[in-house]
Write a protein that binds this ligand. Sequence first.
Ligand code: FES
Ligand code: FES
Length: 161
Amino acid sequence: MAQVSMTVNGKAASGDVEGRTLLVQFLRENLHLTGTHVGCDTSQCGACVVHVNGKAVKACTMLAAEAEGAEVRTIEGMANADGSLNTVQQAFQDHHGLQCGFCTPGMVMSASALLAENPNPTETEIRAYLEGNICRCTGYHNIVKAIMAAAGQDVSKIAAE
Ligand code: FES
Ligand code: FES
C-alpha cells in the first residue's frame, strides 16, 4: 500500500492504495464518489470519464497512483456553486439527453471536455468525440442535441428522433 494525494473537485483528497488500484476505484471506494460509474471491463463504455488536469480521461484506464498531485474533477464537482445544474447538465435535462442515466455522468464529463476544447462543435464533431461513450438507451440523438444546445446552438431545426 502507498499513499496517494490529489485534488478532487477542488478539495485535497488522499488515501492508501495498492499499486494496481485504478483511479475509478479510488474515487468510488476510497472517496465514495459513486457518480463515476463502471460499465465495462474493457475500457470501452465511457461511464467512468472524469477530468484529470482538465482533460477527459477514462478513470478505469488510469492507476490512482498515476493521478498523484493531479487536479481531478468528477460529476459531483460539476454543478454550479449554488448547487444548481450547470449549463451542460441543464441541457441534458431540457433535451431529454438521458433515460436510465447510467452513461450520463460520463457523457456530461466528455461533453464538457469537448466544449472546453471546441466551444462551437458541429453535430459530426460531437458524434466523433462521443465515440468512446456508449449509451444503451437514447440512440444518442438527444445527447447530441443537448450538447449543441449547451454550446448555444439553435436546435429547433434538428428533427426529433
Ligand atoms: S468502465 Fe467502461 S470505459 Fe471505463
Ligand atoms: S441513458 Fe441509459 S445508458 Fe445512456
